[in-house]
Design a protein around this ligand. Structure first.
Ligand SMILES: [Zn+2]
Length: 285
Protein backbone atom coordinates (compact mmCIF):
# COMPACT_ATOMS: atom_id res chain seq x y z
CA UNK A 1 0.00 0.00 0.00
CA UNK A 2 1.36 3.42 -0.92
CA UNK A 3 2.01 5.50 2.16
CA UNK A 4 1.39 9.23 2.32
CA UNK A 5 3.52 11.75 4.18
CA UNK A 6 2.10 15.20 4.80
CA UNK A 7 4.82 17.84 5.10
CA UNK A 8 3.50 20.84 7.02
CA UNK A 9 5.42 23.96 5.97
CA UNK A 10 4.47 27.38 7.37
CA UNK A 11 6.45 28.88 4.47
CA UNK A 12 7.39 27.83 0.95
CA UNK A 13 11.06 27.21 1.78
CA UNK A 14 10.68 25.34 5.08
CA UNK A 15 10.55 21.89 3.46
CA UNK A 16 13.78 22.40 1.52
CA UNK A 17 15.42 24.26 4.39
CA UNK A 18 14.61 21.95 7.30
CA UNK A 19 13.75 18.44 6.09
CA UNK A 20 14.58 18.21 2.39
CA UNK A 21 16.81 15.16 2.62
CA UNK A 22 14.23 12.92 4.27
CA UNK A 23 11.52 14.20 1.88
CA UNK A 24 13.69 13.02 -1.03
CA UNK A 25 14.14 9.65 0.72
CA UNK A 26 10.36 9.30 1.18
CA UNK A 27 9.77 10.14 -2.50
CA UNK A 28 12.51 7.73 -3.62
CA UNK A 29 10.89 5.01 -1.49
CA UNK A 30 7.64 5.46 -3.44
CA UNK A 31 5.71 7.41 -0.83
CA UNK A 32 3.12 9.98 -1.87
CA UNK A 33 4.49 13.31 -0.61
CA UNK A 34 1.99 16.13 -0.05
CA UNK A 35 3.09 19.53 1.22
CA UNK A 36 0.81 21.93 3.08
CA UNK A 37 1.96 25.54 2.75
CA UNK A 38 0.28 27.55 5.49
CA UNK A 39 1.13 31.14 4.45
CA UNK A 40 1.55 33.00 1.15
CA UNK A 41 5.10 34.29 1.80
CA UNK A 42 4.11 37.79 0.67
CA UNK A 43 6.76 39.54 2.81
CA UNK A 44 9.70 37.26 2.01
CA UNK A 45 11.78 39.07 -0.62
CA UNK A 46 13.88 42.20 -1.01
CA UNK A 47 13.09 44.90 -3.57
CA UNK A 48 9.87 43.37 -4.90
CA UNK A 49 6.21 44.36 -4.44
CA UNK A 50 4.04 42.09 -2.31
CA UNK A 51 2.16 40.95 -5.44
CA UNK A 52 5.35 40.00 -7.28
CA UNK A 53 6.69 38.37 -4.11
CA UNK A 54 3.66 36.07 -3.87
CA UNK A 55 3.86 35.15 -7.56
CA UNK A 56 7.61 34.56 -7.76
CA UNK A 57 7.92 32.75 -4.41
CA UNK A 58 5.07 30.45 -5.46
CA UNK A 59 6.69 29.68 -8.84
CA UNK A 60 10.02 28.96 -7.18
CA UNK A 61 8.29 26.77 -4.58
CA UNK A 62 6.86 24.60 -7.37
CA UNK A 63 10.34 24.23 -8.88
CA UNK A 64 11.76 23.22 -5.49
CA UNK A 65 8.88 20.81 -4.85
CA UNK A 66 9.57 18.97 -8.12
CA UNK A 67 13.24 18.60 -7.14
CA UNK A 68 12.27 17.20 -3.72
CA UNK A 69 9.69 14.79 -5.18
CA UNK A 70 6.65 16.53 -3.66
CA UNK A 71 3.64 15.54 -5.76
CA UNK A 72 0.94 17.85 -4.45
CA UNK A 73 0.82 21.19 -2.65
CA UNK A 74 -2.13 22.32 -0.54
CA UNK A 75 -2.29 26.10 0.00
CA UNK A 76 -3.90 27.47 3.18
CA UNK A 77 -3.22 31.08 2.11
CA UNK A 78 -2.64 32.87 5.43
CA UNK A 79 -0.70 36.15 5.32
CA UNK A 80 2.93 35.51 6.19
CA UNK A 81 4.31 36.65 9.54
CA UNK A 82 0.82 37.13 11.03
CA UNK A 83 -0.01 33.64 12.33
CA UNK A 84 0.66 34.99 15.81
CA UNK A 85 -2.73 36.71 15.46
CA UNK A 86 -4.54 33.62 14.13
CA UNK A 87 -6.50 31.34 16.44
CA UNK A 88 -4.63 28.08 16.88
CA UNK A 89 -7.96 26.27 17.31
CA UNK A 90 -9.13 27.66 13.95
CA UNK A 91 -5.84 26.65 12.33
CA UNK A 92 -6.10 23.23 13.97
CA UNK A 93 -9.35 22.60 12.09
CA UNK A 94 -7.49 22.97 8.77
CA UNK A 95 -5.02 20.26 9.81
CA UNK A 96 -7.73 17.96 11.19
CA UNK A 97 -9.51 18.17 7.83
CA UNK A 98 -6.28 17.48 5.92
CA UNK A 99 -5.47 14.48 8.15
CA UNK A 100 -8.95 13.09 7.51
CA UNK A 101 -8.73 13.76 3.76
CA UNK A 102 -5.21 12.52 3.05
CA UNK A 103 -5.00 9.92 5.86
CA UNK A 104 -1.20 10.25 6.14
CA UNK A 105 0.97 7.50 7.61
CA UNK A 106 3.50 10.16 8.62
CA UNK A 107 3.49 13.91 9.14
CA UNK A 108 6.55 16.15 9.15
CA UNK A 109 6.17 19.41 11.08
CA UNK A 110 8.10 21.91 13.19
CA UNK A 111 8.63 20.65 16.72
CA UNK A 112 6.27 22.59 19.03
CA UNK A 113 8.77 22.06 21.85
CA UNK A 114 11.76 23.33 19.84
CA UNK A 115 14.27 25.59 21.49
CA UNK A 116 15.28 29.03 20.20
CA UNK A 117 12.55 29.36 17.55
CA UNK A 118 12.11 33.07 16.72
CA UNK A 119 9.38 32.69 14.07
CA UNK A 120 5.78 32.78 15.34
CA UNK A 121 4.47 31.27 12.08
CA UNK A 122 6.58 28.21 12.90
CA UNK A 123 5.53 28.05 16.56
CA UNK A 124 1.79 28.60 16.02
CA UNK A 125 1.66 26.08 13.16
CA UNK A 126 3.55 23.51 15.22
CA UNK A 127 1.16 23.92 18.17
CA UNK A 128 -1.93 23.65 15.97
CA UNK A 129 -0.60 20.50 14.27
CA UNK A 130 0.25 18.98 17.65
CA UNK A 131 -3.37 19.28 18.77
CA UNK A 132 -4.69 18.11 15.41
CA UNK A 133 -2.92 14.75 15.91
CA UNK A 134 -5.30 13.71 18.65
CA UNK A 135 -8.38 15.82 17.94
CA UNK A 136 -8.54 14.35 14.39
CA UNK A 137 -9.45 11.03 16.02
CA UNK A 138 -12.46 12.41 17.95
CA UNK A 139 -15.92 12.03 16.44
CA UNK A 140 -17.09 15.13 18.32
CA UNK A 141 -14.43 17.43 16.88
CA UNK A 142 -15.77 18.85 13.60
CA UNK A 143 -18.64 16.45 12.98
CA UNK A 144 -19.27 18.48 9.82
CA UNK A 145 -16.25 16.69 8.34
CA UNK A 146 -17.85 13.34 9.14
CA UNK A 147 -21.14 14.50 7.58
CA UNK A 148 -19.14 15.13 4.39
CA UNK A 149 -17.99 11.50 4.44
CA UNK A 150 -14.59 11.95 6.06
CA UNK A 151 -13.55 9.61 8.88
CA UNK A 152 -11.47 10.16 12.04
CA UNK A 153 -7.80 9.44 11.45
CA UNK A 154 -4.70 8.99 13.57
CA UNK A 155 -1.26 9.68 12.10
CA UNK A 156 1.19 6.84 12.86
CA UNK A 157 4.57 8.61 12.71
CA UNK A 158 5.34 12.19 13.69
CA UNK A 159 8.58 13.53 12.26
CA UNK A 160 9.52 16.73 14.07
CA UNK A 161 12.11 19.08 12.60
CA UNK A 162 13.51 22.24 14.19
CA UNK A 163 16.45 24.61 14.38
CA UNK A 164 17.18 22.98 17.73
CA UNK A 165 15.23 19.86 18.66
CA UNK A 166 14.47 19.26 22.35
CA UNK A 167 15.54 15.62 21.82
CA UNK A 168 17.02 13.81 18.82
CA UNK A 169 15.73 10.28 18.22
CA UNK A 170 16.76 9.78 14.64
CA UNK A 171 19.62 10.66 12.30
CA UNK A 172 19.17 10.26 8.56
CA UNK A 173 22.12 9.88 6.18
CA UNK A 174 21.52 12.42 3.42
CA UNK A 175 24.93 12.11 1.72
CA UNK A 176 23.42 10.51 -1.41
CA UNK A 177 20.79 13.24 -1.83
CA UNK A 178 22.70 16.31 -0.68
CA UNK A 179 23.16 17.82 -4.16
CA UNK A 180 19.44 17.47 -4.86
CA UNK A 181 18.66 19.01 -1.49
CA UNK A 182 20.92 21.99 -2.26
CA UNK A 183 19.26 22.35 -5.70
CA UNK A 184 15.85 22.47 -4.00
CA UNK A 185 16.80 25.17 -1.51
CA UNK A 186 18.61 27.17 -4.22
CA UNK A 187 15.39 27.16 -6.28
CA UNK A 188 13.87 29.55 -3.69
CA UNK A 189 15.99 32.38 -5.10
CA UNK A 190 14.04 35.36 -3.76
CA UNK A 191 13.46 33.87 -0.30
CA UNK A 192 17.13 32.89 -0.03
CA UNK A 193 18.27 36.37 -1.10
CA UNK A 194 16.14 37.80 1.72
CA UNK A 195 17.48 35.22 4.19
CA UNK A 196 21.06 36.01 3.23
CA UNK A 197 20.32 39.73 3.40
CA UNK A 198 19.44 39.33 7.09
CA UNK A 199 22.94 37.99 7.70
CA UNK A 200 24.46 40.72 5.50
CA UNK A 201 22.75 43.45 7.56
CA UNK A 202 23.74 41.82 10.84
CA UNK A 203 27.36 41.58 9.74
CA UNK A 204 27.26 45.22 8.63
CA UNK A 205 26.18 46.17 12.15
CA UNK A 206 29.13 44.15 13.41
CA UNK A 207 31.37 46.01 10.94
CA UNK A 208 32.24 43.16 8.55
CA UNK A 209 31.10 41.65 5.25
CA UNK A 210 31.16 38.16 3.74
CA UNK A 211 32.13 38.50 0.06
CA UNK A 212 30.58 35.17 -1.06
CA UNK A 213 27.31 36.12 0.62
CA UNK A 214 27.29 39.57 -1.00
CA UNK A 215 27.94 37.95 -4.40
CA UNK A 216 24.99 35.57 -3.93
CA UNK A 217 22.61 38.44 -3.13
CA UNK A 218 23.86 40.68 -5.93
CA UNK A 219 23.98 38.04 -8.66
CA UNK A 220 20.92 36.02 -7.59
CA UNK A 221 23.03 32.88 -8.05
CA UNK A 222 22.53 31.64 -4.50
CA UNK A 223 23.55 28.02 -5.06
CA UNK A 224 27.34 28.29 -4.49
CA UNK A 225 26.82 30.01 -1.16
CA UNK A 226 24.05 27.63 -0.07
CA UNK A 227 26.19 24.66 -1.06
CA UNK A 228 28.98 25.88 1.21
CA UNK A 229 26.54 26.67 4.00
CA UNK A 230 24.60 23.36 3.91
CA UNK A 231 27.75 21.26 3.61
CA UNK A 232 29.15 23.00 6.68
CA UNK A 233 25.93 22.54 8.65
CA UNK A 234 25.08 18.94 7.69
CA UNK A 235 28.68 17.72 7.94
CA UNK A 236 28.68 18.83 11.59
CA UNK A 237 25.50 16.83 12.23
CA UNK A 238 26.86 13.87 10.24
CA UNK A 239 30.05 13.82 12.32
CA UNK A 240 27.95 13.24 15.46
CA UNK A 241 26.47 10.07 13.93
CA UNK A 242 29.32 8.60 11.88
CA UNK A 243 27.86 9.83 8.58
CA UNK A 244 29.20 12.29 6.01
CA UNK A 245 26.06 14.44 5.89
CA UNK A 246 23.00 13.89 8.10
CA UNK A 247 19.69 15.42 9.19
CA UNK A 248 18.34 14.99 12.70
CA UNK A 249 14.71 14.49 13.74
CA UNK A 250 12.59 13.71 16.73
CA UNK A 251 10.39 10.86 15.51
CA UNK A 252 7.56 9.74 17.75
CA UNK A 253 5.04 6.95 17.27
CA UNK A 254 3.68 5.40 20.45
CA UNK A 255 6.01 7.00 22.98
CA UNK A 256 6.81 4.72 25.91
CA UNK A 257 4.40 2.04 24.61
CA UNK A 258 6.39 1.41 21.39
CA UNK A 259 8.09 -1.82 22.55
CA UNK A 260 4.85 -3.28 23.97
CA UNK A 261 2.94 -2.53 20.78
CA UNK A 262 5.68 -4.03 18.62
CA UNK A 263 5.71 -7.30 20.59
CA UNK A 264 1.96 -7.72 21.21
CA UNK A 265 0.27 -6.35 18.06
CA UNK A 266 -0.74 -8.50 15.10
CA UNK A 267 -1.35 -7.45 11.48
CA UNK A 268 -4.77 -6.33 10.31
CA UNK A 269 -6.28 -8.76 7.79
CA UNK A 270 -6.31 -6.27 4.92
CA UNK A 271 -2.84 -4.81 5.50
CA UNK A 272 0.65 -5.96 4.56
CA UNK A 273 2.60 -7.13 7.57
CA UNK A 274 5.38 -4.60 7.67
CA UNK A 275 8.17 -4.77 10.21
CA UNK A 276 8.35 -1.62 12.27
CA UNK A 277 12.04 -0.99 11.81
CA UNK A 278 12.42 -1.42 8.09
CA UNK A 279 13.57 2.19 7.81
CA UNK A 280 16.74 3.61 9.31
CA UNK A 281 15.43 5.40 12.32
CA UNK A 282 16.49 4.75 15.82
CA UNK A 283 16.34 6.06 19.34
CA UNK A 284 19.30 7.29 21.28
CA UNK A 285 19.61 6.16 24.89
ZN1 LIG B 1 9.64 29.27 7.71
Amino acid sequence: MIKTVLVIAPHADDAAAFCGGQIIHFANDGWRVVMVRVTNDETDSIGLSREDTIRINTEQMHTAAKILGIQEIVELGYVTDTLGDVSRVALREKFIRLFRQHRPYAVMSFDPYAQYEPNLDHTVTAQAVEEAYWTATFDKHHPEHLAEGLQPHSVCERWYYARQLPRVTCAIDISSVLERRIDALAAHVEMMKNTLNQSRLQMATWGRRFPALDAAITSGNVRPFLSMWLRYQYAQIGAKHGMTYAEEYRVDRFGGAEALLQSESIPLPDMEDEPMHNRPWFEFP
